[in-house]
Design a protein around this ligand. Structure first.
Ligand code: FES
Length: 121
């Protein structure tokens, strides 16, 4: 069992077994979360990991910048340790980038698709 704390919901916490994706585990315990595709492709369920470690190898929605900013795709992620998240649209402050306010640098114009770490095994 791991403990999942939701920082922006009054530090409410949930105990999860880890055999199902976090989205399913948390929703089954009554936490209202946004979601869409439920296969890791649409980004709707993204949450910001504040502390802890997850396995989200099945996600295909996030690029490397978003992962480095702490985003996790809850519909395919499994907690590896106790975790603290911010959830919902209020956690999406760094998820999208406005190119008119923050233009991309030339080296950022190439696709930055996240590659699964075990892809070459
Ligand atoms: S619901 Fe679509 S990526 Fe999670």
């Amino acid at each position: 069992m791991t403990k999942i704390t939701i920082a922006n919901r009054g530090n409410d916490f949930y105990k999860v077994k880890g055999n199902k994706p976090l989205l399913l585990e948390l929703r089954s315990q009554g936490l209202d979360l946004p979601y869409g595709c439920q296969y890791g492709g649409c980004i709707t369920c993204a949450a910001k990991l504040i502390e802890g470690e997850v396995d989200q190898r099945a996600q295909v929605a996030l690029n490397n910048r978003q992962i480095n900013d702490g985003y996790v795709i809850l519909c395919v992620a499994h907690a590896k340790t106790d975790c603290t998240f911010e959830v919902g649209v209020e956690s999406h402050d760094k998820l999208y980038r406005n190119p008119f306010i923050d233009p991309l640098a030339p080296h950022e114009l190439k696709a930055d698709i996240a590659i699964r770490k075990d892809a070459n095994k």
